[in-house]
Write a protein that binds this ligand. Structure first.
Ligand code: FAD
Ligand code: UDP
Length: 372
């Protein structure tokens, strides 16, 4: 008997099963296209991957809180998971004293004992005037003119310098502008209308998006590039853009994070909050995440992760793009090369070298799928 091996043919090869790749795969299936999703990791979900440890969903690549103002994006994710009412309200620990974040009336009360918005605004205005800053040129000046020097030196300077590995005077002002400053007693870290955590973890949500789609894990596109290029009509690439072009112009840079994760058996509640930032210079980590609190867990144990921010070296996980002049110019050169790649669509955080939040990645994928 003769055996005929048919070549597996796909409309789309999707490289990367993170939120961009998985959203595209789902939308393309709905349009009737057949996709193959590959990922070099041993799991789906990219950086939103969660794994269960003693019944606690651990955010393996850093804490992920879903928030958006876009109703279309919110409805989209709610089709794959039920979201809980989690509201991010980090606490800052400065030399053993606790302060609420983001900067709001609770923080001002803890810092100065002021009890009304008028008193708080007066205090900030006085410190702003004393600083003599008129048009802020860097993160330090921006922060002092926004909330005064007391809060800057207690909650911002050291944390920022640990996080970015650079002096606050050498960092762009825009980094600090994303944090709300409020004259109400409101500890919600985000201003968005919709916020929450998918009950049961992000992995379950992504697995649902990928139902009915062929997925191959532990599969690196670059280990078999010619073969993968031949099996699909079009390619969606969500990996690092400089890698795609063999680093022909050199490496793009990132900040990376290392996580020291610990299971504390018999400890039901370690810190009473999902996120505690350590804003002093002597604590080597930037924050401690206690994962169970994202889903209001009642387990007898707990899992915590200390986060250490580090300069990225080739081979490290690329986490935060460094959007300085050098890297922005380098990215623009790689971006120009994508014009010659008619078969390939580049999307997501790594291929676009943009610090996208989850909702922005999904929004981009929805727009992209509409246009196909
Ligand atoms: P990724 O999730 O990086 O997925 C890319 C996938 O491609 C990966 O699985 C990778 O293995 C695979 N891949 C790459 N190269 C290859 C290859 N050659 N072959 C095969 N597979 C390949 N956003 C929020 O909205 N809220 C938050 O609280 C939040 N917190 C964050 C905390 C941290 C520490 C970080 C780093 C990010 C955070 N984000 C947050 C951002 C969020 O993680 C991203 O927006 C989102 O995960 C990006 O999805 P993506 O699909 O573009 O990329
Ligand atoms: N930040 C700070 N103190 C804090 C939290 C944040 O100074 O306790 C600053 C810091 O510079 C950080 C920026 O605010 O890079 C943005 O913070 P966010 O939590 O949004 O950053 P993420 O970790 O989500 O990128």
């Amino acid at each position: 008997m003769r055996t005929i091996t048919l070549k597996n043919n796909f409309d789309f090869l999707i490289i990367g099963s993170g939120l961009f790749g998985s959203t595209m795969a789902y939308l393309l299936l709905k349009k009737g296209y057949k996709s193959l999703v590959i990922d070099k990791r041993s799991h789906v979900g990219g950086n939103v991957y969660t794994e269960s440890v003693n019944g606690i969903n651990v955010h393996k690549y850093g804490a992920h809180i879903f928030h958006t103002d876009d109703k279309r994006v919110w409805n989209f994710v709610n089709a794959f998971a039920e979201f809980n009412r989690y509201t991010n309200s980090p606490v800052a620990n400065y030399k053993g004293r606790l302060y609420n974040l983001p900067f709001n009336m609770n923080t001002f009360y803890q810092m100065w004992g002021v009890t009304t918005p008028e008193q708080a605004a007066e205090k900030i205005e006085r410190q702003r005037k004393e600083s003599g800053i008129i048009s802020p040129k860097n993160l330090e000046e921006q922060a002092i003119s926004l909330i005064g020097k007391d809060i800057y030196y207690t909650l911002i300077k050291d944390y920022t310098e640990k996080q970015w590995g650079r002096k606050a005077t050498e960092l762009p002002a825009f980094i600090i502008k994303r944090l709300p400053v409020r004259f109400t007693f409101d500890n919600n870290y985000f201003n968005d209308t919709y916020q929450g955590i998918p009950i049961g973890g992000y992995t379950k949500m992504v697995e649902k998006m990928l139902e009915g789609i062929e997925v191959r894990l532990n599969t690196d596109y670059f280990e078999n590039r010619e073969y993968f290029d031949s099996i699909a009509d079009k390619i969606i690439y969500t990996g690092e853009i400089d890698r795609y072009f063999d680093y022909c112009y050199g490496h793009l840079e990132y900040r990376t994070v290392s996580f020291e994760t610990e299971l504390l058996e018999g400890v039901p509640n370690f810190q009473g909050n999902a996120v505690v930032n350590y804003t002093d210079v002597d604590t080597p980590y930037t924050r401690i995440i206690e994962h169970k609190h994202f889903e209001f867990g009642q387990q007898p144990d707990t899992v915590i992760s200390r986060e250490y921010s580090k300069e990225w070296r080739p081979g490290d996980e690329p986490y935060y793009p460094v959007n300085d002049k050098r890297n922005s110019e380098l990215y623009a050169r790689y971006k120009a090369l994508t014009n010659g790649q008619e078969k390939v669509i580049f999307g997501g955080r790594l291929a676009e070298y943009k610090y996208y939040d989850m909702h922005q990645v999904i929004e981009q994928a929805l727009i992209m799928a509409d246009s196909l």
